[in-house]
Design a protein around this ligand. Structure first.
Ligand code: DGL
Length: 270
């Protein structure tokens, strides 16, 4: 048994899609979340910068005595894939759990991947899916406007601008006949309702944050690191920029008021 918190990080709000699922499947676990809101987006940056930012994010979480680190960021998982190897703690990104779920879900072998420009450029999902099943045909597309739309809270079902952007990005994937779509950036499930409407009900959406939370739960169980189940877990949120904007959108997304639990961190100190 291990009551230390699970550390989760992302460039901003996206990793909350993993937190939401962690809270759902492991309500007793303590969670520390870091959103690098002062430096979001990561997806348009160079590998060197992404490696540096991810290193600092993980150093901050390690300073909080976490028992495991989740890079709940598709960009870090894809571009800085080896970064967890330096850790003595269990670590996972979102790439492998999401690709494995897509490999299982596809019936016609046509899998779509949407993610940040850096993730798509890295070819990580293509490689991972080919390793799972070389017959899988991959159709990928970067969707750089989704992250700022989500970070600015343009996430409601009737948000016409987000809907138009989604139609523009996703129509070619729908026309290619994919039956499975990996939301390879953890921000995207926040607008899942819009993505799903554009793609139609015949396409299975894979939520990389959700798949990773399930993977984390299985790993902690296997290593005997689950916490004591007698109390409800605590969640603390840290951001590198203004706390107000984050707590409002995060609160809507997680379905609970998190104002009191958000703190600021100077990430350059790590
Ligand atoms: N949520 C992140 C991802 O999964 C990052 C988005 C960004 O910062 O560009 O890729």
């Amino acid at each position: 048994m291990d009551n230390r918190p699970i550390g989760v990080f992302d460039s901003g709000l996206g990793g909350l899609t993993a937190v939401k699922e962690l809270l759902h499947i492991m309500p007793h676990e303590n969670i520390i979340y870091f959103g690098d809101t002062g430096r979001v987006p990561y997806g348009s940056r160079s590998r060197e910068t992404i490696m540096k930012y991810a290193g600092q994010d993980m150093a901050f979480l390690e300073s909080k005595n976490v028992k495991m680190i989740i890079a709940a960021c598709g960009t870090v998982s894809s571009v800085a894939s080896g970064i967890g190897e330096k850790l003595t703690l269990p670590y996972t990104g979102v790439l492998k759990p999401a690709a494995a779920a897509a490999g299982k879900a596809t019936g016609n072998g046509k899998v779509g991947v949407i993610a940040t420009t850096a993730t798509i450029r890295s070819g990580s999902y293509r490689r991972e899916l080919a390793a799972i099943n070389p017959e899988i045909e991959v159709f990928d597309r970067d969707c750089p406007l989704f992250v700022p739309l989500v970070e600015n809270g343009w996430i409601a079902e009737d948000e016409q601008v987000t809907r138009l952007v989604a139609q523009r990005y996703l129509t070619p994937l729908r026309e290619a006949g994919i039956d499975t779509l990996i939301m390879g950036c953890t921000h995207y499930p926040i607008i899942r309702h819009i993505i799903s409407e554009v793609m139609g009900s015949g396409v299975t959406l894979i939520d990389s944050g959700r798949e990773t939370a399930a993977y984390c739960s299985a790993l902690l169980r296997k290593q005997g690191l689950l916490c004591d189940r007698s109390a409800d877990g605590d969640c603390s949120f840290y951001v590198s920029d203004r706390m107000e904007g984050f707590s409002q959108i995060a609160g809507i997304f997680l379905g609970k008021d998190i104002k009191r639990e958000v703190s600021h961190v100077d990430i350059d100190l790590y």
